[in-house]
Design a protein around this ligand. Sequence first.
Ligand code: FE2
Length: 395
Amino acid sequence: MSISYFRTAQTLVTGTGSISKIGEEAQKLKATKVMIITDKVIRQTGLLSKVIAPLEESGLVIDILDDVVPEPPFENLEEMITGLQGKDYDLLVGVGGGSALDITKVLSIMLTNKENVRDFVGIEKVQNEGVPTILVPTTSGTGSEVTYNAIFTDLRDQVKKGIVSAYLLPKVAIVDPELTLTVPPSVTAATGMDALVHAIESYTAIRAGELTDGIALHAIKLISRSLRKAVYNGKDLKAREDMAMGSLLAGISLGNAGVGAVHALAYPLGGKFKVPHGVANSLLLPFVMKYNAVADLEKFAEVAKAMGENIEGLSLREAADCAVQALAKLSQDVGIPSTLKEVGVTAEDIPGLAEEASKIDRLLHNNPRWLTVREIKKIYEEAYGTAEVPSLATT
Ligand SMILES: [Fe+2]
């Protein structure tokens, strides 16, 4: 058994209505002056009042910064860092999707470190612990509230880059499904599929282990049984509860076992073609899984079972194939484009995309099956023009 670490938020507060506990949690952290970091859409929805009221009742002074943009470039982050210079906040509260939460995590360390933020790109480059954070996801997908990564777009290179540091983990994550009830169907679909990718990639990753396997499988079960309902009837609280918990569990698993080739191949699509992260992941998932499945048929058969597929009487290979086909169906059912063509990629773009993806060693080295630029190109080609994922039996 190899040595492994398990890290997550210091405290997890979950359940319907759990946002009401944010004031108490801020008090436990001895906070007095808080900055809430969010985006303009969240601010307009009125959702923020559920966060502000308990903080006010606990006597905190509150400022709000709503400049977060989706899939944020470093420039967006840098503007906010400049704006925060010299401020004496003793708590940062991130409210939103992955972008708002990632920005909050990085702003926290920028209040206690002198370096330029781009110096922190890479693994464990941050010197000092940041200002305490409470992270409040309003979508069920990124798992950012329990991961120690923050991802930004580098507009110069047109690629996504990550800051990875244990100091990015929050003191508290509050996961309240009620905050996700108004998320529109397309966002519910893309973020929900991203969460499913986190669960499946971390479950089948090289770094997967005893501490994460059960968590990942339960996440797969919750998301598979409720994503369609959450997309097509957003007010279904039970479905939203499953998605919130599934996304959190997938995030915990991802934060410790990591992800693999789906994310590696998705990043260049986000950087160059601005395909939303969840859409890029969902589109590529069945194709990468078809490639990966033969590397660990047992685990892929377990994925099929967790997805609720009937695998009784099937061979391992057939059961693994069942998982791949079920993933393709789920992605299509929730309305996500199923070919690269549909998201604006041309055949000529594929060699460049493959070259770019092949550089993301951090993720490719964690993938259960080895890939070079040749295999990556082949996967992009398969995903380019056909929604049909060939069955394992034919490859
Ligand atoms: Fe992701």
